[in-house]
Design a protein around this ligand. Structure first.
Ligand code: UTP
Length: 415
């Protein structure tokens, strides 16, 4: 270990009061010492501590003017119009101008499943299918229908990149043309304890975690994904998470309607059934498309309706978006804000013993994809049927568990 590096690392830790990170240094192998010191030198301590400090004080009331973001109800579109929008989208798909990005870099900390969430096996009796396979089958159906191969970009993170790639290898890429699957890795940030300390994941490793699905744009740029897409002539991109087993990445009505309405961005939403459910909804803030956090929603606002009796603030995000390549290029250069999340993460305590918490214990800072929409004047919002398109898996005991996802999946695909 280079002496200067060690001294520099010690100085940094002293400055930020994080000397506990070297508690086990003397017992580490040469290789482990190098890993730890290099990690210390690579972390932006100023950034993580200012995120922590700001998140403690930044509790200002909303100052922007909130107004509704109009939606279109998917089931209200006539059959004739559906065919019209389908035909617009089909041209784009058949011209190989459409790609899919799957955001699969999350920790899945609520599910607590060992391994990337996309490798979780859903028990669709009698067969078991991983979430990656389910998503791949959806793409294969579209490929067959339109006689193309849609390029599929999978975002991983430092924590799950190797495991994700080897899962694809072991499963022979689910018989998808291998050359059309691209992996890219998102950014990361150290997690931080409630008491403002970084934590060790191993005696030689500081725990860092993926910095939110909103990092997708910057990562696409930094990892060369945007270049690849431009080389391939991609014009439209579907963005979605890995954990919704009913996600329709290739929805010609959605794509055709977005193009026809001259929007550069679009989202699908689901109706928020109960007014005070802790769910954020789409809105406009100072005229720009945005998301209204549930803490900013009063009962009065949630129950307000337009002249036709339609609720104005009941469209919840379901992590299904469309963006033009120009829109992605634009937001890839913008620093999106970080949000603080309280999550469950294992760590090594002062005695060197691994602690596995059963409730949230650390703060994590994340970019959210929808914060990018604020940089556009308008967007299309398409409200869809949650029974047909929204079956996410978040944990084992809550509303969005594997059993509820299986039931919905079988409701759509039979079995
Ligand atoms: P969630 O916000 O539900 O997070 O992600 P999660 O990581 O799956 O689970 P928890 O909150 O730790 O329990 C929604 C989607 O966004 C992706 C996830 O992989 C999932 O598909 N995501 C989330 C990322 O790609 N990167 C992130 O940093 C966070």
């Amino acid at each position: 270990m280079n002496k200067t590096d060690l001294e520099n690392a010690k100085k940094i830790l002293k400055k930020y009061n994080q000397e506990h990170l070297l508690n086990f240094y003397d017992k580490l192998s040469v290789n482990q010492k190098e890993i730890l010191i290099n990690q210390i030198l690579s972390i932006d301590f100023d950034e993580i501590f200012s995120l922590y400090d700001n998140s403690m004080t930044d509790n200002f009331p909303l100052t922007q003017k909130v107004s509704p973001l109009p939606y279109i109800d998917k089931c209200s579109i006539s059959k004739q119009d559906v065919l019209f929008y389908d035909s617009i989208a089909e041209k784009v798909i058949k011209n190989n101008q459409f790609a899919v990005v799957t955001m699969a870099g999350g920790q899945g900390s609520r599910l607590g499943y060992k391994g990337p969430k996309g490798t979780y096996m859903l028990n669709l009796k009698p067969v078991k299918k991983s979430l990656f396979q389910i998503m791949c089958e959806d793409l294969k159906r579209a490929n067959e229908k339109y006689d193309v191969t849609i390029p599929w970009f999978v975002m991983t993170s430092d924590e799950n990149d190797v495991a994700t790639k080897s899962f694809f290898e072991i499963n022979n890429f689910f018989d998808y043309p291998k050359d059309y699957i691209f992996f890219f890795k998102q950014g990361k940030l150290p997690i931080i304890s409630v008491k403002r300390n970084l934590l060790l994941q191993e005696p030689y490793l500081i725990r860092e975690a993926a910095n939110g699905n909103g990092n997708v744009f910057a990562s696409m740029k930094n990892d060369g994904v945007l270049d690849v897409m431009m080389r391939l002539g991609i014009k439209w991109i579907s963005f979605g998470g890995i954990d919704n087993v009913l996600l329709q990445n290739v929805d010609t009505l959605f794509l055709g309607l977005t193009i026809f309405s001259k929007n550069q961005i679009a989202s699908k939403s689901i109706f928020k059934e109960t007014p005070m459910e802790k769910t954020a909804v789409y809105c406009r803030k100072d005229g720009k498309p945005a998301i209204l956090d549930y803490t900013d929603i009063s009962l009065e606002l949630s129950e307000s309706k337009d002249d036709n009796g339609n609720y104005l603030y009941r469209d919840a995000n379901m992590l299904s978006h469309l963006m033009s390549i120009d829109a992605v290029n634009k937001v890839a250069d913008i620093s999106l804000p970080y949000h603080r999340a309280f999550k469950k993460n294992a760590f090594v305590n002062d005695e060197g013993v691994k602690q596995v918490p059963d409730s949230p214990n650390v703060f994590k800072f994340e970019n959210f994809i929808f914060d990018a929409f604020y940089f556009f004047d308008d967007m299309l919002l398409l409200r869809v049927d949650a029974d047909r398109e929204f079956a996410p898996i978040k944990d084992f005991t809550g509303k969005f568990n594997p059993d509820s996802a299986i039931e919905k999946y079988l409701g759509v695909f039979g079995g």
